[in-house]
Ligand binder design. Sequence first.
Ligand code: AMX
Length: 471
Amino acid sequence: MGFLRGITALSNLRSRLGQQTTQLGSLRWLQSQSASDLDLRSQLKDQIPEQQERLKKIKSEYGKVQLGNITVDMVLGGMRGITGLLWEPSLVDPEEGIRLRGLTLPECQKLLPAASPGGEPLAEGLLWLLVTGKVPSKEQAVALSKELQSRSAVPDHVYKGIDSLPVTAHPMTQFVTGVMALQVESEFQKAYEQGMPKSKLWEPAYEDCMNLIARVPAVAAYVYRRLYKDGRAIPADKSLDHAANFSHMLGFDDPKMLESVRLFLLVHSDHEGGNVSGHASHVVASALADPYRAYAAAMNGLAGPLHGLATQEALLWVKSIAKEFGEDVTTEKLKEVVWKTLNSGKVVPGFGHGVLRKTDPRFTCQRKFALKHIPDDPIFQLVLKLQEVVPPILTSLGKVKNPWPNVDILSGVPLNHFGLSEDRYYTVLFGVSRSLGVSAQLIWDRALGLPIERPKSVTLDWLEDYCKKSA
Ligand code: AMX
């Protein structure tokens, strides 16, 4: 025993000595390092310029190199031109623009049931079209309206969740918080947990999507009333259609405002699947996350300034021009403003598009509406001038693929005219509209049993090696 104890004591001493030597070594090594060597951020900062140059070089020297059916340009260029998603409710043609289930926007306006003869389509009829591909009768649209109303009660905890945020939180943050609070009632999640087979999952997906569509207007209206009005929610009016009731809950009952909201819901409802919000919802749902989670993901993408936040940015921008230079600002002054925006490193909001190569038909549709209902609105007049001034300037940059106006430069103008003037709220309106298209596809995702999405990614090292070998 004594011998054994002696051996243990010796080995403990050796290991303590060893530790001390190592600690001394570490200390010396530490002393030899500069503060920036030990700081992750500084290390990263040093690496970035080199990697940026590398990326540029790969793009310019090897952009056309093929990787199977695609090119290096496509891998590095936000997957432009890669057909990789199935999306049923709509399709965007670069020249012609959006078709909702094969119908152009003017065709939708003509064929879908309206609240009054010749008026803008009912959102319910639009939803029917997006889900089924068929133009509904007025009776079918009314029946769907009743169905949505019967699903529209929002649990109190949703409002409490929103109330827990500071009022300074962006309206989209408050809205998405409300959407996630709705998620606790997901039928899809329950059904999955209970072992529902994949082939039947479209049924709880349908339940969640319809509940979501029915409830988001009240959640959105609550955010609006909390931020900009007296904080008291306006109860739903069951005699009104989906869009008109949304407008009513926001606090606007002018019949022309109701028409503006119906049009807004139409033009923003869907834009095929590759845009950030559509794509985000699709990929999240592909993991069999429920429709609330998928829609919330879509909304977080929509809140990006290059996507849905452009609605806010465009209105803010045009109004700031009107405020600074007056509504009858000269063309020369407008050119200066556009250049100033560009020179400050910003994009011109409401112009350009990732897929479209012509003026956005959603812009044209709203222009027609504005000419009919608010022809003398000064902000509308300013947008018409910008429509002339901006495209030649963007074209002169030599890199912009589409210098023409998109949906966002005009979509807020009629609503602003009728009193909804809070620019920062506009992306929430866009989000309520997108619930229609995103949900229609989420139902079909599960009905068709689409698989989990898993595209291949590569590293810069891999890409460079591959390009060099191919060259
Ligand atoms: N103002 C300034 N520069 C623009 C521009 C604009 N409106 N549109 C494109 N460009 C620039 C791009 O930033 C890019 O510059 P870079 O090479 O230095 O990065 C170059 O022109 C080439 O871009 P692109 O291929 O023509 O467009 P894209 O597919 O990369 O981007 C979009 C498309 C919409 C993000 C871009 O046009 C843009 O930023 N527009 C303004 C924001 C906007 O209105 N977004 C809403 C789009 C519709 C929607 O989603 N709701």
